[in-house]
Design a protein around this ligand. Structure first.
Ligand code: IVH
Length: 736
């Protein structure tokens, strides 16, 4: 391929990928399969690696994020980013309109009414049609440069079409769709991470991340609602600007209304209040703007906000009702949530019978008691919540509520003891066999990264659990084709059978999955804190699953972690220690003196195993806790009965010894893979990992080998500069 051909092909692939991105993320109407998309993506990656000069920072391949940065740079806004004046009543809308009439000297004023999106404002600068920078509002004059993070927003074009003017600064709102937000919180909760309070907080938090690869995993979206600096184009009205945005494939607000009299403005505001609940993202008002840009210029702005726009803020509807009882719901991740059982009331058009009380802290803070009269609120599409108690209406028989006492310390679904994990406000059921958690666990168990059992995706998993075919994840290995063929995954009214073909697929892949490597099993079990890397590392330290509860190495990692944490939390010198009494201090000092040499000893003993930090004290404690628990032990004995013995395929507790004796040239070595190989990258990665090697994404001086296939330009160059050995697939086979 000559340079011209390469350049053309890179441009063609980029445009095609962007086209499919848009179909997938914006129109939810993909035209090609994920596999075909991946193929295009990989082709482009390869070409860009071979021709780095033609690789644009706005290539679709950059949407997965790049290297973390140390901090955000600041950039001044060429045109200041203003705020909008809020109004809260229809009479204020009349006042606003009358002011426009007076200042413009006209009785009819074309206006646009559109949703006020509850997100984070950002300004995107496109120069010659290429995204050059993205900046937050900051103080209105200067903001943070968040270009790398914004590049990961899939629904946003990084390149505009030929209609783009020389400079176009698009302003708009970055937000997170409600469903994607909820899904992300479920996943975070499963991983033991703090969940976000609402989509806005999640968006703001995400944009502050310094690692754009993390941002790429979060479901951000963008809607344009204004402009800043523009060169090479005269914009006459906001409506014509909207047309331009649409031509350039930039997402715009929908629905919008046009009005030129105040009555129509108010009608639009009322219509939007109904429609906004179905938009799928948070809105908290209606923005009303004068359409003509010339009129906007005549009206001007105050120091804070333009005079040509206003935001009508919808009040979250609140109602009073009686709290009859508090019940406990066990979520699919084991979290116990107190739920208010209410006298039914109509709020924002729907009858509300139940509202979340979040957790015990919230109940205490608001002093909610059973039989109280409470105020409930349904803000936007968010689940109804109890806002406060009407103390004046508290009856004498109102009863305080304590979650732990109410459930007698036991999960209401499975009766196993509940715990409050450190740093969490919620109580949790930690029993992995709890029926409330079964469908979630099953989904992880069968997922591609775990046992990869075909045909048991979301809906089927839920139904299998709901109808009692699977109570325990091991039940999946005892399903029969005839049982599944007639299995109704629809409803009683609209039945839909799984069918023989799908049933056979499930049974066959499940059969194969019995022999999946230990690491896949460990990840699939969904043990808190045990992700893919921790599972892989644990599997390196034991021969098979039955060794885990007795593993001395893992127990040492746990002990070291626990002691180190204690030492960190109980310092001898610091303001924290100065509050202690003499006795308390002496006791702390004695413990500290006992722990320190023990930690040193453990560190020395563990050195031979070179355990990666991916399997730390917390993950080890969780792993052992699970396998030593009653339900973990019960699972192991059932596995024995069923003849299932997940075995380590990367067993290598002492990598140094193995290298010395030359057992395998791969063990303990770090590989980076580049170029086109004879098998999918994941397969090769598995082979290296199964032999005790590590696979990393980027080359550094710590890399032992660069495995290079066809292409692989930039990584090869870097390897040569760093003196990293470059090997072929045949070399790898030899090492293995
Ligand atoms: S127009 C000069 N339209 O709300 C500001 N803003 O509270 C004109 N916002 O900073 C902005 N949705 O970030 C406009 N449809 C919309 C909006 C919107 C959300 C944000 C915007 C603004 C903030 C003011």
């Amino acid at each position: 391929m000559n340079p011209d051909e390469a350049r053309t092909e890179i441009a063609r692939l980029s445009a095609e990928l962007e086209h499919h991105n848009r179909l997938y993320y914006e129109e939810a109407a993909p035209e090609i399969s994920d596999a075909d998309y991946d193929k295009l993506f990989r082709d482009l990656e390869l070409l860009e690696a071979a021709w780095p000069d033609f690789a644009s920072p706005n290539s679709p391949t950059k949407r997965v994020g790049g290297k973390p940065i140390d901090g955000f740079e600041q950039q001044a806004h060429v045109v200041r980013m203003l705020s909008i004046d809020d109004v809260f009543s229809e009479s204020e809308v009349h006042d606003f309109f009358n002011r426009m009439v007076k200042n413009l000297g006209e009785s009819k004023i074309p206006m646009i009414i559109e949703p006020k999106i509850d997100g984070v404002a950002a300004s995107l600068i496109y120069r010659d049609g290429e995204l050059e920078a993205a900046i937050t509002r900051g103080d209105g004059t200067t903001g943070d440069v968040i270009t790398e993070n914004v590049r990961t927003i899939r629904s946003l074009p990084l390149r505009l079409g030929p209609q783009a003017p020389a400079v176009l600064e698009v302003r708009g709102e970055i937000y997170m769709p409600n469903d994607a937000f909820a899904q992300m919180n479920v996943e975070r909760d499963e991983e033991g991470l703090q969940v976000f309070a609402n989509p806005r907080n999640a968006t703001a938090g995400t944009l502050k991340l310094l690692d754009s690869r993390e941002v790429a995993k979060r479901p951000l979206a963008f809607i344009a609602h204004g402009f800043g600096q523009v060169e090479g184009l005269e914009i006459e009205s906001f409506s014509s600007y909207r047309e331009l945005l649409k031509e350039l494939k930039l997402p715009t607000n929908d629905p919008v209304w046009h009005a030129d009299g105040v009555e129509d403005v108010i009608k639009a505001i009322r219509k939007l209040d109904v429609e906004r609940h179905n938009l799928g993202y948070g809105t908290d008002g209606a923005v009303v703007k004068v359409d003509s840009i010339a009129a906007q210029a005549r009206l001007g702005a105050t120091a804070r906000a333009p005079r040509w726009a206003m935001a009508y803020k919808y009040p979250p509807e609140q109602k009073e009702t009686v709290l009859h009882d508090i019940t406990i719901q066990v979520g699919r991740t084991g979290t116990l949530t107190p739920v208010a059982e209410l006298e039914p009331v109509l709020v924002s058009g729907t009858t509300v019978r139940r509202a979340t009380l979040h957790n015990q802290d919230e109940i205490d803070r608001k002093d909610v008691r059973i039989h109280d009269t409470v105020v409930i609120e349904k803000a936007g599409e968010i689940i109804p919540a109890v806002v406060k108690v009407v103390l004046a209406k508290r009856p004498t028989h109102a009863v305080p509520f304590n979650l732990y006492d109410y459930v007698d310390g036991k999960c209401p679904r499975c009766e196993s003891p509940i715990v409050q994990p450190e740093g969490f406000v919620a109580w949790k059921c930690m029993n992995f066999s709890c029926p409330a958690q079964a469908s979630n666990r099953l989904k992880q168990f069968v997922s591609r990264k775990a046992l990869d059992i075909d045909g048991v995706g979301g809906k089927v998993a839920e139904k299998l659990v709901e109808r009692g075919l699977i109570e325990d994840i091991l039940d999946i290995f005892e399903l029969h084709v005839d049982q599944l063929a007639d299995f109704n995954i629809g409803t009683a009214a609209e039945p839909r059978m799984l069918g023989e073909k799908n049933g056979t697929k499930i049974v066959e892949t499940a059969k194969r999955a019995r022999n999946a490597p230990l690491a896949k099993w460990l990840y699939g079990l969904g043990i808190p804190q045990v992700g893919e890397s921790a599972a892989l590392e644990a599997s390196r330290l034991v021969k098979d699953i039955f060794e885990i509860p007795e593993s001395e190495i893992i127990a040492m990692i746990r002990e070291k972690g626990e002691k180190e944490t204690w030492l960190k939390d109980n310092p001898l010198r610091s303001s924290k220690a100065s509050d202690l009494s003499v006795d308390e201090f002496a006791e702390r000092k004695a413990t500290s003196e006992a722990y320190k040499p023990r930690v040193k000893e453990l560190t020395e003993q563990l050195a031979a195993y070179s355990v990666s930090p991916e399997l730390g004290g917390v993950a080890s404690a969780s792993l052992l806790g699970y396998f030593q628990s009653d339900s973990g032990q019960a699972m192991l004995s059932r596995m024995k009965e069923m003849g299932i013995c997940p075995t380590s395929t990367n067993y290598l507790p002492e990598p140094a010894k193995a290298t010395e004796s030359g057992a395998s040239g791969v063990a303990g070595k770090t590989f980076v893979i580049t170029g086109t190989l004879s098998a999918p990258r994941n397969e090769i990665k598995d082979r290296i990992q199964n032999a005790g090697g590590k696979v990393s994404g980027s080359i550094s001086s710590k890399t032992d080998y660069l495995l290079s296939g066809e292409g692989g330009g930039s990584k090869r160059d870097k390897a040569e500069t760093l003196g990293v050995t470059i090997i072929s697939e045949a070399d790898l086979d030899e090492l293995l």
